[in-house]
Design a binder for this molecule. Sequence first.
Ligand code: COI
Length: 332
Amino acid sequence: MKLIDFGVRHDEKKYIQEWSKDNNIEVKIVSELLTPETVQLAKGYDGIVAYQQLPYEEKIFDTMNEFGINVLSLRNVGVDNVPIEALKKNNIRLTNVPSYSPEAIAEYSVTGLMALLRNMKHMIRKVDAHNFQWAPDIGRELNELTVGVAGTGRIGRAAIKIYQGFGAKVIAYDKFHNPKLEKAGLYVDDLDTLLKESDVVTLHIPSLGKGHTLINRKSISEMKDNAIVVNTARGDLINTSDLYDAVASGKLYGAVMDVYENEVGIFNSDLSDQEFTDKLLEKVIKSPRFILTPHIAFYTTKAVKNMATVSLNSMVSELQTGTSENEIKFDK
Ligand code: COI
């Protein structure tokens, strides 16, 4: 068996090399992303592993089919950049890593929220400029707030545990109810109720698809005054311009954004020596009421190792048995 792993960052390399040695399976490591051009490198390999934020183009899957490669294993969880119809057409199976570390994302959401509640960004900026005054950065306490968790999958549930540990009141919304949370009476009936009753709304759901936002002018108008939005999920869940306006006007207190609707090509790139052209993002960066980070909630040693190794294990299982526990089942 010979595998090829695309879009490998420096920090992932050692885990893939270790796995390759331990399992005695050849893995070619490629730093380039998977594109209609680079997929040519996969000729002669049995399976492709990849991670990227860039959309996977349909042509890739025609070429995979031509090469007789019928499994793509992703090193991440989100599949919103995969053209599912093109996979189906070419009979290509897809796996992801649904649980590399829900705690990594959950802990980061809370970290971002705490930083915002204690006005950390503004305070650090002031101290950097030798201004050691307290005011106006008086904080708010999490134990006094109601946190509304949208999405109670693995990450949402990990977040709930932490918020409860801090003494916050937690309410939740999901189409699918987790029996334990149901029993604990955490669910509200609909999203509107969650928005209306929460001081903090934290998002732990996948993308709703192009043009479908959860946080926008209309939903913001339902929210409590002074509320906070936390997003470590997908940038396109939020209309950033509406969110910015709501914070700038004082309707909302602020937001934690580890993801951004136009992040591809910006996040995880060093643009420090270039003219920055995204005016909206620039306003967000400047505002002390936005904690903005470049999609790093997942970025821990535990998560990165799991992403590298679980994706390879899934590939082996797919090639040896025709399926794996992480295979994504498509609707017919
Ligand atoms: C995912 O796993 O889909 C993420 O959003 C994290 C990614 C940046 C590796």
